[in-house]
Ligand binder design. Structure first.
Ligand code: PRP
Ligand code: URA
Length: 210
């Protein structure tokens, strides 16, 4: 495993991912779990978030104390499924800005097709956290990071709940300068490029489509 990859191996995350995988978990619960897992992963991914000293008054005296420099953070979900992780991260950093990258996988080729990109400015000054629950072939993640870099993004992290070994390798090797956070690494991809055992189609399970 390359050193730009962190597996966030915590019992709470493992437990919630097991519930996500269960095909009997319905849309409402699935959504809540994705949000909760994103929040728990965010705790680790934001460990090096910049803080700034502000002056406050305690009941005892005036002092300088650290606060998150929230305006410097951008959360960028890959549509659609990445949207499910946004509120979990915003619950930690409510002042973060949110960008969007629209992408879907072609069902035949499994290649990502981009249809939208809107990022908060100035993007070059922000820590950018890209979210997508699934890192399968890695095509969508690699393209999303390519796009963000083309728009000037520099300080980029990528967060996925479940990754296939193939996708994790591809993303970490193509973009060795970004930090990647993953909840669990699964066994492999099947012939349709779905993660095994995985959880099925994350977008469909979050939004109740199909
Ligand atoms: C899923 C998932 C990722 C992508 C991962 O999105 O949310 O974006 O597939 O696959 P990859 O690593 O092989 O590129 P999908 O294309 O199903 O779109 P959706 O979120 O709109 O359902
Ligand atoms: N996208 C998903 O939603 N699930 C997979 O297993 C692979 C890609």
């Amino acid at each position: 495993m390359r050193d730009n990859v962190t597996i966030i191996d915590h019992p709470l995350i493992r437990h919630k991912i097991t519930m996500l995988r269960d095909k009997n978990t319905g849309t409402n619960e699935f959504r809540k779990l994705v949000e909760e897992i994103a929040m728990l992963m965010g705790y680790e991914a934001m460990r090096d978030l910049p803080t700034e000293e502000v002056q406050i008054e305690t009941p005892i005296e005036t002092c300088m104390a650290p606060m998150i420099a929230g305006r410097k953070l951008a959360i960028v979900p890959i549509l659609r499924a990445g949207l499910g992780m946004v509120n979990g991260l915003l619950s930690l950093t409510p002042t973060a800005k949110v960008g969007h990258i629209g992408m879907y996988r072609d069902e035949e080729t499994h290649e990502p097709q981009e249809y939208y990109c809107k990022l908060p400015q100035p993007i070059d000054e922000r820590l950018i956290i890209v979210t997508d629950p699934m890192l399968a072939t890695g095509g969508s993640a690699v393209d999303a990071v390519d796009q963000i870099k083309k728009h000037g993004g520099v300080n980029i992290k990528f967060m996925a709940i479940i990754a296939a070994p193939e996708g994790l390798k591809r993303l970490s090797e193509t973009h060795p300068d970004i930090q990647i956070y993953v909840g669990q690494v699964d066994r492999c991809l099947n012939k349709d490029a779905y993660i095994c055992p995985g959880l099925g189609d994350a977008g469909d399970r979050i939004f109740g489509t199909k």
